[in-house]
Design a protein around this ligand. Structure first.
Ligand SMILES: [Fe+2]
Length: 243
């Protein structure tokens, strides 16, 4: 078994499933994870599950390979597969996820397309919001923006933690740019700040599937560990630069 095969097995995908997932039709080139997916990026307009930006065990011990196996290999893949099925033969079939989710937000008879396209976008964004040996100090431009909006990095992290731990039920905590300022917001279920005209910089998934295998009901411990050692400030800084 090659190292790559071993990594695929680790995330719960057989070689056949992995190749199938890579060929699934969802615009990787337009996904938020595209910066880490260059080698496997399908042609623009095709829909695909973007590869993880790191091996499945790279976030241990904070997030286990077992959690990644289900979260990426089952949940994220499931959202992508559903988008492909639900949009086949429709006006959304070859659209980037961002366009699909903003066009279907709040449209009652498009709720399933919205939920799955937004969740596919959110998860690609989440994987890039984390990195092995993350945490630490943000790049200068982001640090200045954080200081201007929150007063300090610690105050920003405190707001992120409060949003992530107080979100009732499933959802997301986000660092966003809203107008000229940075803000922390939380959303329920599949909702995404893009639909409210904000620019996401970073997100934390607080659905139970993101942490329950490792932390059971201790969501606050999962959030604290991410903010200390996994949060990818470089990704947030890159998003701020292009916002
Ligand atoms: Fe998730």
């Amino acid at each position: 078994m090659t190292k790559q095969d071993d990594e695929r097995e680790t995330i719960g995908l057989t070689r056949r499933q992995f190749l199938g997932a890579a060929a699934v039709a969802v615009a990787s080139a337009t996904l938020p994870g595209a910066i880490a997916a260059a080698a496997d990026t399908p042609a623009a307009g095709a829909l695909a599950l973007p590869p993880l930006p790191y091996p499945a065990n790279a976030l241990e011990p904070i997030i286990s390979a077992n959690t990644i196996g289900f979260h990426y290999g089952k949940h994220h893949k499931g959202y992508v597969d559903n988008v492909v099925k639900l949009t086949a033969g429709t006006e959304f079939a070859s659209q980037p996820l961002e366009k699909i989710l903003t066009a279907t937000a709040g449209v009652a008879d498009k709720a399933a397309i919205f939920n799955n396209s937004s969740q596919a976008w959110n998860h690609a964004f989440y994987w890039n919001s984390l990195r092995p040996k993350g945490g630490g100090a943000p790049p200068d431009a982001l640090k200045k923006a954080i200081d201007a909006s929150f007063g300090s990095l610690d105050a920003c992290k405190t707001e992120l933690s409060a949003a992530a731990t107080s979100q009732f039920g499933s959802g997301w905590a986000w660092l966003v740019k809203a107008g000229d300022k940075l803000k922390v917001v939380k959303t329920s279920n599949a909702d995404n700040p893009l639909t409210q005209g904000m620019h996401p910089l970073l997100t934390l998934d607080v659905w139970e599937h993101a942490y329950y295998l490792d932390y059971q009901n201790r969501r606050a411990d999962y959030v604290a560990a991410i903010l200390a050692d996994l949060v990818n400030w470089d990704f947030a800084a890159a998003n701020l630069a292009k916002s």
